[in-house]
Design a binder for this molecule. Sequence first.
Ligand code: PDD
Length: 280
Amino acid sequence: SIAYVNGSFVPLSEAKVSVLDRGFLFADGIYEVAAVLDGKLIDNASHLARLERSVGEIALKLPETVARIIEIQKELITRNKLVSGLVYLQVTRGADTGRDFAFPKSGVKSSLVMFVSEKEIVDAPSAKTGVGVITVPDIRWERRDIKSVALLAQVLAKQAAAEAGAAEAWMLEDGFVTEGGSSSAFILTQDDVIVTRQNSNAILPGCTRKAVVALAEERQLRVEERPFTVAEAVAAKEAFITSASVFVQPVVTIDGKTVGTGKPGPMATRLREIYVDFAK
Ligand code: PDD
């Protein structure tokens, strides 16, 4: 496929940055992942607003305007004839002349790379069967609201999940679920309240989470934004995760324990349909 690297469209296998790139050396960078359905970007304004917020929080200047970034995203979709999948974008504080922790002196331009991947999101088999999650301690830093490329904790969490045959790891702090390694975590209580943790520095403000909460509230469904424990999740009627890459994905086991009926529940299924309609 064709990727974008600092002004050029190149085959992904030839897309390269310097070993001095600060994304590589320090994880000094921000990323975004937006879904593509029928060749169109889904909820992209929300992803780009979060990108601008994230870069602002670490005083990183985008090397291109947001309008230009959208053009590049669209050009990648066209060049790759992408129908269903994801557009990844990453901006880092560029490559200095050596390995200095402090920001480079002016004149070093931040680096922007983008690529696409094909993925069937709407008709994913796991949406019909549901997936398992495991729980792990949340060992991340205290600014999880910034979508930083420093993802080692999530790499380890999701590897542990993969080894356990699970699709995602829910991370725990002070007895409460923060979020998934790359998704927002939800439950439906026995009295039909949709619960997801409130936004704060403890979690990434998920774009899909935001849309799902708004869509649910528009339909007079009850939503509570508050933390929940693993015990509450295991005892819940339903559980699910949301992200650009899975939309709304039913969760049927947590640490091997069955949630609800062990099958995707009506609420997760309904919210998934509602989100797909919103995306289309
Ligand atoms: N992950 N929480 C974390 C830690 C995430 O990494 C993500 C997204 C989400 C969901 O956010 P959104 O709904 O905006 O995709 C929540 C992306 C998909 C990734 O890392 O691949």
